[in-house]
Design a protein around this ligand. Structure first.
Ligand code: C2E
Ligand code: C2E
Ligand code: C2E
Length: 89
């Protein structure tokens, strides 16, 4: 029970992401845009990304994956349901 845990299913809200200032979400927005480009997936309102990508992004943001999950929920980029249930609850 050492605080925030990483999201289990990462589904980014792309419309919300576009509304946020670039100085906050710039690296995440570029990462998401690159994945969209690699997949040829341009028309979605949401984008599912890999758990591994959350780890890479956490390094970029100098947070743990759990802390980044909380930040993304706070920004509205991830839904609150992305917060994993505490298994010791
Ligand atoms: P789901 O994973 O719960 O996704 C629900 C809907 O969110 C999808 O409906 C789609 O409209 C949107 N969505 C989620 N992730 C992305 C994304 O990365 N890009 C885009 N453009 N849209 C996304 P959809 O497409 O009708 O799929 C319905 C369900 O079919 C999905 O529910 C999932 O269970 C399954 N599915 C679709 N594609 C895949 C896939 O590539 N892999 C797996 N394992 N399941 C898939
Ligand atoms: P790749 O990693 O060699 O994956 C090749 C194909 O395997 C993908 O083509 C996709 O059809 C399938 N694939 C691999 N892992 C998964 C997975 O976890 N779920 C699903 N539903 N399919 C998977 P696709 O989508 O055209 O992507 C092409 C390339 O773009 C990928 O080659 C990878 O290099 C990159 N890419 C796409 N999406 C992501 C992502 O979310 N994260 C990262 N790191 N790279 C991605
Ligand atoms: P998903 O397609 O439902 O896949 C769920 C998990 O199954 C993935 O979690 C991964 O652990 C495993 N998996 C699925 N397909 C492959 C594969 O081709 N190779 C390997 N090594 N593992 C696979 P993960 O990685 O956290 O990805 C979460 C979701 O992100 C995927 O759900 C899918 O919606 C999306 N995604 C990830 N990578 C790609 C990709 O390359 N292309 C596309 N189109 N979607 C991807």
């Amino acid at each position: 029970p050492s605080g925030a845990e990483p999201a289990t299913k990462i589904v980014i809200n792309l419309e919300r992401l576009q509304q946020l200032p670039a100085e906050k979400v710039g690296p995440l927005a570029r990462y998401a845009a690159t994945i969209q480009s690699q997949r040829g997936d341009y028309n979605g309102k949401v984008l599912s990304i890999r758990t591994e990508d959350l780890r890479s992004l956490a390094i970029i943001y100098d947070m743990t994956p759990g802390e980044l999950t909380e930040q993304l929920i706070d920004w509205g980029v991830l839904p609150p349901e992305a917060r994993p249930a505490k298994d010791d609850a």
